[in-house]
Each structure stands twice: as C-alpha cells, then as structure tokens.
Design a protein around this ligand. Structure first.
Ligand code: C2E
Ligand code: MG
Ligand code: MG
Ligand code: MG
Length: 279
C-alpha cells in the first residue's frame, strides 16, 4: 500500500490514477471540504515505559475519511495540506480533538497520561502557536502537563530565533516538547543544547533493523546515551519485536512505541485498551 512506503504522496497519486495534476486539484478540493465537514479522525498509539511496560501516554495520529478511498493516512495528505496552506487548520483541529479527548478520558477516571500531537514545521513557525495551544487547553480543560507537542528537526531549522521564543513559551506554559524522527532531518546537535526540549524520539528507521544490524544498534545506543546525558527522555518509535524491546531495555531507553506494543487505536479501542490493562 502507498501508505506503507516512504515515497509519500506521489506513490498515492500514481496508484491507478491518470493525471496527477487533476487528481491533485480534485484532492485539494476534497481536503478543503473535509476541513469544513471535519471529516478527520484521530487514532491513538500508546507509549509505554520500557522498564515496566506502564502506559505513559498516547500519540494522536490523524487520518482523513476520504469520500472515495476510505481512511487515508497522513503521509498521503499532509504534504498536500502543507503546500496548499491547509496544514494550520488541520493541526489546529487535531490539537483540539486530542486535548478534549484526553480531558474526557481523565474525567472518566482513565489513567491520567499525556497526549502527544504532531505539529507541522510550518504550523510551528506561526507566531501565535503557543497562544493558540494555551487557548485550546483552557477550552478543553486540560492541564498543560498532559499535552506534548512533537516537532521535527526542520521546525527548528527555519527560524532559530522564532523557534526559541516559541519553545520558551511552551516551556513556560508547561507543555512538553519532543523532537520527532530524530536523526533523519538536517540534524544539528547544537539545537539540543540551545532549545528547551523534553524528549528525543529515535526514528523508526533506526529501530527497524535492530538488534540484527550492528550499525543501527550503534546509532540507537548513541542517541539513547545522548538523550540521557542531556537529561532528555528517549523514546524509540516503531518497536515491533520483543528482541527490539529487550535491546532498548538493556540500553536504558525510557519509552517505546510501536506495533509490537500496540497499533494506533481508535478512541474507543484506546479506552478499551486502558480498561483492559488496568484490571
Ligand atoms: P510520526 O509522528 O513519526 O508517527 C509515527 C508513524 O509510524 C505513524 O504513522 C504510526 O502509525 C507509524 N508506526 C507506529 N508504530 C509503528 C511500527 O511498529 N511499525 C511501522 N511500520 N509503523 C509504525 P502515520 O500515522 O501514518 O503517521 C505518519 C506521519 O504523519 C507521522 O509520523 C507524523 O509525522 C505525521 N502526522 C501524523 N498525524 C499528524 C498531525 O496531526 N499533524 C501533522 N502535522 N502531522 C501528522
Ligand atoms: Mg510523531
Ligand atoms: Mg515519529
Ligand atoms: Mg516517524
């Protein structure tokens, strides 16, 4: 499936569609419509503490309920949304939905764990993102400590001064920040020192072939150690096997997320998952 390879939106458009430009226009139209009709849905993927297996949070992952193709993953529409100026609206919807869901879960007596949302680098650059977040937290009655934002390295690249200001405001607010897909962007170790950050998420591409691939083991080891030395928490993403989890445990990686722990779940499934585990 197009969703599963890394070619992104182009794989999607070449999968049996005639002209990409027409398809793009059509999809842009549908995407705008989806924003009006709010035809997005969030799936929630659990994050657990490696040492204990304890639930530590959920990452909210957006899907589009496409009128013709069913549920479409973010890799197949986020790039389009970014290029058409629609990403801010989508990320805002996601933020509100995730915060209100977490708030509802807490009110229902489910584990008080944070929810993480992905912010596009473009969205992150917006001057009022921290203010926007503060407003949503108030509206959803969620304490800032239950929200985490995930940004990629590219969000920090664009405008260092702006990024620092935004991160400081988030820190002051009490919202934590994770660097997503660490090591895959235009990495600069300088920003780990320069910016107030909380977590480093080791990209799935480095975790995937562990423990068999010794180069990947070396990379994951180094990132986990780097995080620890900087007093940041490390999260391994894309953990699929028990052997990977064992390696992470040995390395002292803090948190893990992946199909081996749980696939991303609908809100109802996530709720059932929490109830099941707390028994
Ligand atoms: P990400 O933030 O790195 O999210 C992790 C992706 O890896 C998710 O794909 C998740 O379903 C997938 N995944 C998790 N565990 C495993 C595993 O064990 N094996 C494999 N093969 N895959 C795993 P998804 O949901 O398709 O999201 C892809 C990317 O789309 C995300 O990467 C994130 O960058 C972006 N994204 C998702 N939701 C949003 C959103 O609300 N706003 C923005 N701006 N971007 C989003
Ligand atoms: Mg993420
Ligand atoms: Mg990630
Ligand atoms: Mg990733």
């Amino acid at each position: 499936r197009a969703k599963d390879d890394q070619r992104g939106s182009w794989a999607f458009y070449t999968a049996g569609m005639e002209g990409a430009p027409a398809a793009l226009l059509h999809d842009e139209h549908l995407l705008r419509q989806a924003l009006v009709q709010q035809s997005f849905v969030l799936h929630y993927q659990p994050q657990v503490e490696v040492a204990s297996g304890r639930l530590c949070g959920f990452e909210a992952l957006v899907r589009w309920q496409h009128p013709e193709r069913g549920l479409v993953g973010p890799a197949d529409f986020i790039p389009l949304a970014e290029s058409r100026g629609l990403i801010a609206a989508i990320d805002h919807w996601v933020l509100r939905e995730a915060c209100c869901q977490a708030s509802a879960w807490h009110a229902a007596g489910l584990p008080r764990v944070p929810v993480a949302v992905n912010l596009s680098a473009i969205e992150f650059r917006q001057r009022d993102v921290a203010q926007d977040i503060a407003q949503v937290l108030r509206e959803c009655r969620l304490s800032p400590r239950y929200l985490e934002v995930e940004i990629t390295e590219s969000a920090l690249m664009l405008d260092a001064g702006q990024a620092r200001a935004t991160l400081s405001r988030l820190q002051a607010l009490g919202v934590s920040v994770a660097i997503d897909d660490f090591g895959t962007g235009y990495s600069s170790l300088a920003y780990l020192k320069r910016y107030p950050l909380d977590k480093i998420k080791v990209d799935r591409s480095f975790v995937m072939d562990t423990p068999g691939d010794s180069d990947d083991v070396a990379i994951v080891t180094a990132v986990v150690q780097l995080a620890r030395s900087l007093q940041l928490r490390s999260v391994a993403e894309g953990v699929e096997t028990e052997a990977q989890l064992q390696l992470l445990r040995r390395l002292g990686c803090d948190l893990a997320q992946g199909y081996g722990i749980s696939r991303p779940l609908t809100a109802a499934q996530a709720e059932a998952w929490m109830r099941e585990r707390s028994r």
